[in-house]
Design a protein around this ligand. Structure first.
Ligand code: HAM
Length: 436
């Protein structure tokens, strides 16, 4: 959308970014780069490799993968017809695409499990609020083709270790098992009977959910629904033997890793593909949108979209929410907004020499800047100050004649003359390279 303003006969158009989207501007973008760097390093350390799938997919992938009666598929997808008449959807999440790619590229023929991670934008038409956007960014992991409960613990611990590396503390790990296709339907029937017996006490939304998606009732925040939910039958008491053993092993492995968790039988996720382990990591300081990351097992997803019985588990973390969580816990991300060197130029001839020097210093690895607005020496110094330059290198006619440069330490104000052909070596000794 844009606003039109008439200004003395001139038409001025002012565009705004679409509702629910954000520009990530510097210096904020440095924080994103830092988080991405920590993620790449840590995930590689756990032997997860990056996968990049398309930002849009055929709509049917998400309808089948996420589930027809989920909020995401019913209300939140950015779906459109392309010029060839195909129904296309901007990805609302990454898991369905990863499994589609795994099947399409026949990765199942290779040594397993396959361990992937991704970082990128996702799209959901939701009501924007703090921590909830229409374009948001997830970093996610998926471990495909193993049902080992140790992998469930690895996935959860990987998410926790990432948050720990970034300095976050006091997060609550909620853990549940949502059963499998043999035990869940029996539980859902029991739940439906219970909910129907208490229908009058439920909100209109939940009344409607009893038939369509009764598990979602367990997630309702409405007060009167909450008192019904409290006494509802618990999925953890209705697991088949196999699911019970799997769940108990996941807990054992988490204990080995010394990860605290809370078994929460009311935890249900907003996507239909989950089986067995489901988890969410919450930061109470975040208010209504308090889930920093969530995930679980999806042993039926490959069957649903590709007729292959291949298990998988993963999680996705919202980067915007992660940043809010860091802010709420007063954690500063160490970003370097300053430059190492600023070349101050006096006169045209010096500019040419300075431009050459700029290239040499950058090649030597210094973050170096120069004036591009033809400013006075005083203004160039102010500019260097604003950029928190460690040193300025002053180059004028006098310096050119003696093949030297004057360098000034911007903190102490001390100046020193250095031969141009020694400059790189001298600067290597002087510039504090620790401050990255
Ligand atoms: P999800 O719970 O829908 O799961 O999303 C994961 C995370 O993405 C949330 O915990 C939240 O931090 C962030 N998020 C979701 N929607 C928004 C939004 N509108 N604005 C800002 N952040 C948001 C999934 O997407 C699954 N694919 C996770 C998964 C991976 N399960 C298995 N593997």
């Amino acid at each position: 959308m844009f606003e039109k303003n008439e200004i003395v006969g001139e038409l001025l158009m002012k565009f705004n970014a679409p509702r629910g989207t954000n520009d990530i501007l510097p210096p904020e973008s440095s924080k994103w780069q830092y988080i991405e760097k920590v993620t790449h390093d840590l995930f590689n350390n756990y032997n997860y490799q990056e996968i990049r799938t398309p930002i849009f997919e055929y709509t049917e992938l998400f309808q089948r993968g996420i589930g027809e009666v989920t909020d995401i598929v019913e209300k939140e997808m950015y779906t459109f017809e392309d010029k060839g008449g195909r129904s296309i959807t901007l990805r609302p999440e990454g898991t369905a695409s990863v499994i589609r790619s795994f099947l399409e590229n026949k990765i199942y023929g290779q040594a397993q499990p396959s361990k992937y991670y991704y970082i990128g934008p996702m799209f959901r038409y939701e009501r924007p609020q703090s921590g909830r956007f229409r374009q948001f960014h997830q970093l996610g992991v998926e471990a495909v083709a193993s049902n080992d409960p140790a992998l469930d613990a690895e996935i959860i611990s990987l998410g926790i270790r990432l948050l720990e590396k970034l300095g976050l503390k006091d997060l609550d790990v909620h853990l549940n098992s949502v059963g499998c296709k043999s035990c869940r339907p029996k539980y859902v029937e029991k739940l439906k009977i219970y909910l129907n017996n208490h229908k009058d006490e439920l909100c209109d939304n939940c009344k409607e959910r009893i038939e369509r998606n009764p598990l979602r009732v367990l997630d309702c925040k409405n007060e009167s629904c909450q008192s019904v939910i409290k006494n509802a039958p618990k999925i953890t008491e209705h697991l088949c033997k196999e699911c019970e053993v799997h769940f108990s092993k996941v807990q054992n492995y988490l204990d080995i890793l010394q990860i605290d968790y809370l078994v929460n039988p009311l935890l249900v996720r907003g996507l239909d593909y989950y089986t067995n382990t489901a988890f969410e990591i919450k930061d109470n300081a975040l208010g209504a949108q308090d889930t920093v990351f969530g995930g679980g097992r999806y042993n039926g997803l490959a069957e649903e979209i590709g007729n292959r019985d291949i298990p998988g588990i993963g999680f996705a973390l919202g980067i915007e929410r992660l940043l809010l969580s860091l802010e709420a816990q007063d954690i500063e991300i160490p970003v370097k907004a300053s430059v190492d060197l600023y070349i101050t130029v006096i006169g045209d001839r010096a500019k040419k020499e300075a431009f050459k020097l700029l290239d040499i210093l950058r090649k030597a690895g210094f973050k170096t800047e120069i004036d591009y607005l033809g400013r006075s020496v005083g203004s160039q110094m102010k500019s260097a100050d604003r950029m928190n330059a460690q040193y300025t290198i002053i180059l004028g006619e006098n310096e050119l004649k003696s093949s030297t440069a004057t360098i000034r330490n911007m903190e102490s104000g001390n100046e020193k003359e250095i031969k141009l052909n020694n400059l790189v070596e001298e600067m290597k000794m002087l510039v504090d390279r620790e401050v990255k």
